[in-house]
Design a protein around this ligand. Structure first.
Ligand SMILES: *Cc1c(COP(=O)(O)O)cnc(C)c1O
Length: 400
């Protein structure tokens, strides 16, 4: 099939494509994880992570998926029987809630419509009501990858402060870190959870916890059994650049390179590029006459766009047609929205021309799968891309 020539388009919203520079960095020989070369590497990546998470405090790196980093955040700060407040923004918020419940946490799970972000005023009201301070943590997902909706973390912080409530703030930034503006320290987050295979442009395999002083204090007194995930075991050797057990050395080579790439472009330019790619994608979807799952203009994800299928048309059949004809993987609808939506990932190593190709594949796929739509989506996206400063940002990347 001639369509299968050329590279595969991996446009699911994570894992995202890995840049060649990172692939080369990953392929270096393994070194002694107790030797001086490793110590330099360890110090560099731990310091680099502080820059990416925007914190002066510690960032713990686990050999794990994002799910592992979720668990680490819970078991280091909470105790069985503790109450927490969470919001059902979509599939990932639901999975995190289920994990907390399995660990014996009592979750007040605010229902959501899977089309909107966190309503900070509701959080404030719930915390004001909780005069006895039974709620120990507010846990939210920054970028809900199943719906393409971003929640305002500063608004959640303001809600907690306005209520004068001491609850910890735990945030999942698994699909937003290094793609969407995020500031662990300035926004007063206690634990930021993330992982390697989305905005950080690495393969799956690293999980992260950025930790505040308040979270460390909670970890000294909470009553949850833990061993592998224990922060204290990590933080002691991390102070010298080492790890308590064999670290994922080659992933750390990759992480060092990925951080360099991000800082050469500049984090603000990275964020602006994602915004621009997302707005061009929305221009295409609107030109096709299809509906975007995210309801509120201010909450559109810069990382992915979730597109609703017209009634009677199966999103998974459409995705299969796109894969078979154009060698491109699009994200599937998860749980509640399975078959009803598809997701276009435009994160990490993605630029204007990558996006034009991706949207070309979607537009041709809509025709090939017989999905009713108007033409002109790619043209609308190109107009959006040209009417912007993206060209200037691309120049900056080359200079870097
Ligand atoms: C991908 C993702 C996860 C899960 O990460 P895994 O590495 O698959 O465990 C959790 N939360 C969000 C928001 C995600 O996008």
């Amino acid at each position: 099939m001639p369509e299968q020539l050329g590279h595969h388009f991996l446009n699911i919203p994570g894992p995202s494509p890995v840049p060649d520079r990172v692939l080369r960095a990953l392929s270096k020989q393994v070194i002694d994880h107790r030797g001086p070369d490793f110590q330099r590497l360890g110090r560099e990546v731990l310091e680099g992570c502080r820059t990416i998470f925007k914190t002066s405090g510690p960032v713990v790196i686990y050999p794990s998926s994002g799910t592992g980093a979720w668990e680490a955040a819970i078991v280091n700060t909470l105790s069985p029987g503790d109450k927490v407040l969470m919001v059902e923004t979509g599939h990932f918020a639901t999975l995190w809630q289920k994990m907390a419940s399995r660990l014996g946490i009592e979750v007040d799970f605010v229902p959501g419509d899977w089309r909107s972000g966190v309503d900070a005023s509701l959080i404030e009201a719930k915390l004001v009501e909780d005069r006895g301070h039974a709620i120990k943590a507010v846990m939210v997902v920054h970028n809900e990858t199943s719906t393409g909706v971003v929640s305002s973390i500063p608004a959640v912080r303001r809600a907690i402060d306005a209520a004068g409530h001491p609850a910890l703030l735990l945030v999942d930034t698994i699909s937003s870190l290094a793609s969407v503006d995020y500031r662990h320290e300035e926004w007063g987050v206690d634990v930021t959870v993330s992982c390697s295979q989305k905005g950080l442009m690495l393969p799956p395999g690293l999980g992260f916890n950025a930790i505040s002083e308040k979270a460390i204090a909670a970890s000294k007194t909470n009553r949850m059994l833990r061993s592998y995930w224990d922060w204290e075991d990590m933080l002691k050797p991390n102070a010298n650049g080492f790890f308590p057990y064999t670290p994922a050395t080659n992933m750390l080579y990759g992480l060092r390179e990925a951080i360099s790439i991000l800082l050469e472009e500049g984090l603000n330019a990275v964020f602006a590029r994602h915004q621009k790619l997302a707005s061009a994608t929305r221009a295409a979807v609107r030109a096709w006459g299809l509906e975007i799952l995210c309801r509120n203009e201010a909450e559109h994800s810069p990382v992915l766009t979730a597109v609703m299928m017209p009634p009677g048309h199966d999103a998974d059949n459409f995705r299969r047609v796109v894969l078979e004809n154009y060698n491109m993987s699009l994200g599937q609808g998860l749980s509640k929205v399975a078959g009803k939506i598809f997701r276009i990932g435009h994160l990490g190593e993605c630029n204007a021309l990558t996006l034009v190709a991706v949207l070309g594949g979607v537009e041709m796929g809509l025709s090939a799968a017989g999905v009713p739509h108007r033409g002109g989506g790619v043209a609308a996206a190109m107009a959006e891309l040209q009417g912007s400063s993206l060209d200037n940002q691309t120049t900056d990347v080359r200079k870097g």
